[in-house]
Design a protein around this ligand. Structure first.
Ligand SMILES: [Zn+2]
Length: 260
């Protein structure tokens, strides 16, 4: 083989390897992040929390049906918790753009996720950037009752429930549903939303009583007794081990789901 042919071969090989590497970095990894395993709750946790994340602003879009607006103190607590653990700017957009006709009064099992993708398609205004910029957390506040059937959603779609109904579910790496009309009339809403935020950040359920990631919330419509302080039933912050994990995620350099 002559020297010039060898040289050409080497040059072509370098070009090919560079092109493949570029494709991986510019197309395959972002595509994986957006469409792959990342739909599992928790797989965006370091992108939300790491100080090395290319996403500098967290945009929380809350779309709700008429009458289902989140409580102001719940929105405030959500913003405060995300800011505290991510160290990022948090912008919250509230939008009553879901029509009652779009949502069935009762939803069974997997039908929830068909309804949800339709609602997203028609109402969502903010999306996570391809390479950086904004990362979105999408929250739906719905006026419906969800019966999850007998299926086990514990690994992919954890649901918080009261002794009456499912009240919240995290169904993707960046998406939460709150069943506002299934919530009892007390201050449990903040706890439920922060519990779902815990799934977004990668936490599973715990049996530890009084921990925000316990999936079963004891509910008293008017308080256990008129003299009891109901607020003490519902934790509004994460436990010590969870706080430690959030601090670790903030320091992690591995922001892709692949390496968590
Ligand atoms: Zn849960």
């Amino acid at each position: 083989m002559s020297e010039s042919v060898l040289k050409t071969l080497v040059i072509y090989t370098i070009i090919l390897v560079t092109a493949v590497a570029l494709a991986v970095v510019l197309i395959l990894i972002p595509a994986y992040v957006h469409y792959g395993e990342s739909h599992i709750p928790g797989s965006y946790n370091a992108m939300y929390l790491s100080k090395y994340s290319p996403y500098k602003t967290i945009v929380v879009e809350i779309d709700y049906q008429p009458g289902m607006e989140p409580a102001p103190e719940t929105v405030e607590a959500l913003q405060q918790q995300i800011e505290m653990y991510s160290g990022k700017e948090v912008l919250i957009y509230l939008d009553q753009d879901i029509e009652d006709e779009e949502v069935p009064p009762v939803i069974y099992g997997d039908d929830l996720f068909k309804t949800t993708s339709m609602l997203q398609e028609q109402n969502r205004d903010h999306w996570t950037g391809w390479f950086g910029g904004n990362i979105t957390l999408y929250i739906l506040y719905l006026d419906t009752v969800w019966h999850p059937d007998d299926q086990d959603y514990s690994s992919h779609m954890p649901a918080a429930s009261t002794n009456l109904y499912s009240v919240g579910v995290t169904y993707a790496a960046d998406s939460i549903i709150i069943f506002k009309s299934s919530l009892p009339q007390n201050d449990i809403e903040t706890t439920i939303l922060l519990h779902e935020l815990g799934h977004i950040w990668g936490f599973g359920h715990t049996n530890e009583s009084g921990n925000i990631m316990n999936a079963e919330f004891e509910v008293y419509t008017n308080g256990p007794s008129p003299d009891d302080v109901v607020e003490t039933q519902y934790p509004k912050e994460f436990g010590p081990a969870q706080k430690e994990e959030l601090a670790r995620l903030h320091e992690t350099m591995h922001i892709l789901p692949l390496f968590n």
